[in-house]
Ligand binder design. Sequence first.
Ligand code: A2P
Length: 337
Amino acid sequence: MNRNPHVAVVGATGAVGVEMVRTLEKRKFPVATLTLLASARSAGKTLKFRGHDLPVKELTQDSFQGIDIALFSAGGNISKQYAPIAAATGCVVVDNSSAFRQDDSVPLVIPEINAEDVRGHNGIIANPNCTTAITLMALYPLHQAFCVKRIFASSYQAVSGTGAKAIEELKRQVGEIVAGRPATKEVYPHQIAFNVLPHVDSFLPGGYTKEEMKMENEGRKIMHHPNFRASVTCVRVPVYRSHSVAVSAEFEKPVDVAAAREVLKKAPGLDVVDEPEKTRYPMPLFTSGKYHCEVGRLRKDCAMDNGLAFWVSGDQLLKGAALNAVQIAEELLQLTR
Ligand code: A2P
């Protein structure tokens, strides 16, 4: 790998893609050249990078010549079609979609947890699901201390997780309703403004959604914990940005709240915000735009043995997507040093 790699962002005009470009700049990733790729609709647009206007180009099979690292966030179908082409031209793909996450030959990585897995890549590395990533930032350090058996969780997921169009939908619906007009729907099956939807991603035969099962499936792979179990209800809420998750976790070992707090205070990429008497707890308004996730509302879970209840919130466009992808790219650079 080039010490100053040529980098491409696929889906550069999307909610996550824009953050990938910003994160590369903010973290001073040593980019030699940056290629911005999106659909033909965006060709001719520009995005700012290090003070320059860079053109957005149409993604084609030839886009990856001379590229060392490609960060993909243009949806699963584009990843399935183009990531193998990119990898075959010798570039390493960091893919934000779910297309390859369960593929045994593809590492699924949260650098604070399993950075070592990057070494086993065959040209594609998967970036985890956003809700799973934010939950594991708090759960994994607790697992190391107390050995997690299972969790019960509910998520409160921001509309930007669905993409730029969903942000517009929430804005538009708020305006329509405040003006006394009926809300128009394009992205979600129901009105999202002033409502919550217990429906994220598509339903599976057992009744859970795909999004809900990612917690167990991806959690097992990332934590190297094949027996981990997770029962999750994923909920879309009318919040622009940052996902939050209410978690009840059961552990093998007895859990002491004070000891859990100490573990979480030392955890990388995580801030403990837990002073309920001062109304201080993690909230999406305050984790938006922030690299670290926040955990709070720590308490002994009263409904299970060895249980801990907590609330974690994090910017799903950053730790749940763009930041984690850039951190994986940073790990790739480390391998070549
Ligand atoms: P475009 O803006 O040209 O449609 P979001 O998740 O916010 O909806 O963003 C999706 C991203 O994926 C956008 O950058 C979008 O580009 C890109 N994308 C969607 N379809 C294609 C396609 N067929 N080829 C390349 N990029 C695509």
